[in-house]
Design a protein around this ligand. Structure first.
Ligand code: NAP
Length: 270
């Protein structure tokens, strides 16, 4: 039987590209959306209803895949959102919502899929984190923190599930041309003339322009295909423009103090 793949956030961007490429390679692919009806394109894979913020919805979505196929071979935890706002401006509810999607969402789906993978005695979990998880991006500190949390959780998970024949790894994209800018939250303080408003908006404009000219998410679909076919996946797979991948190496070599200067220079912050 063809391998069964479940990709959270299969309605747009990176998730849609992963689903489309894997479906073309012959996998039985299920993407998810909070509202599949809003997707009008004809997709070469099934789009099921699943909200990673809602435990009941996660269980129902995974039960649906199991009732149709009896197994899940690969889980790609991809659903996620960005947030713009200085660390001081982020209110608890705004921060909690992003952690709920980007971190607790990963935990919820993983927790519901693992019992099936343990019974199968195999499986692969790929968490889509971000290059941003390796550094505290100014005015995106909460986003960076969610992605760093995914890194630590994935490192631990990978060791814990290995005895059950289950593999886990992380993909760290740089900038990819998706709907991430349109879907990114901006904290309410920015519209209320916070002392950080103008800098937050300046940097938001800068990163949105970069996203438009960034990499094609199909590259991540191809990477997922290669990881599925790898016996021993790496812990981390950085992917994106060479400079973004290089940044991770540079940070390790020059250390945090010098790297901070490079970041400030990049964002034109005095
Ligand atoms: N694009 C980049 O440059 C970039 C870089 C690094 C990392 N990433 C990461 O890549 C992942 C995908 O982002 P993208 O760029 O493809 O963004 P996108 O085009 O905005 O897609 C986001 C996806 O997440 C889903 N989603 C959002 N909230 C959800 C929820 N509560 N429950 C279930 N699904 C939810 C959306 O589905 P519905 O709205 O249909 O529910 C949509 O399919 C994210 O984790 C993001 O942090 C992106």
């Amino acid at each position: 039987m063809d391998k069964v793949v479940l990709v959270t956030g299969g309605s747009s961007g990176i998730g849609k590209a992963i689903c489309t490429i894997l479906a073309a390679k012959g996998f039985r692919v299920f993407g998810t959306s909070r509202n599949p009806k809003k997707v009008i394109d004809a997709l070469p894979y099934e789009l099921i209803t699943l909200d990673v913020q809602d435990e009941t919805s996660v269980k129902r979505g995974i039960d649906e895949v199991i009732s149709k196929t009896g197994r899940i071979d690969v889980l790609v935890n991809n659903a996620g959102v960005g947030i713009m706002g200085s660390v001081e401006d982020c209110q608890d509810l705004e921060t909690q919502e992003i952690f709920d999607i980007n971190v607790f969402g990963v935990l919820r789906t993983t927790r519901h899929v693992l019992p099936y993978m343990r019974n199968q005695k195999n499986g692969l979990i790929i968490n889509i984190s971000s290059v941003a998880g390796h550094m505290g991006l100014p005015y995106r500190g909460v986003y960076s923190a969610t992605k760093a949390a995914v890194h630590r959780l994935s490192e631990a998970l990978r060791i814990e599930v290995a005895p059950f024949g289950i593999k886990a790894c992380v993909i760290d994209p740089g900038d990819f041309a998706t709907n991430i800018s349109e879907n990114r939250r901006v904290v309410s303080a920015v519209a209320n003339n916070s002392v950080y408003s103008s800098e937050t908006l300046r940097i938001e404009k800068m990163i949105n322009e970069e996203i438009v000219h960034s990499s094609n998410p199909n590259l991540i679909g191809e990477l997922v295909f290669n990881i599925i076919n790898t016996k021993k996946p790496n812990v981390y797979y950085p992917i994106g423009k060479p400079l973004q991948k290089l940044a991770l190496i540079v940070k390790r070599i020059v250390g945090s103090n010098i790297f901070e200067r490079i970041l400030k220079n990049n964002y034109k912050i005095d």
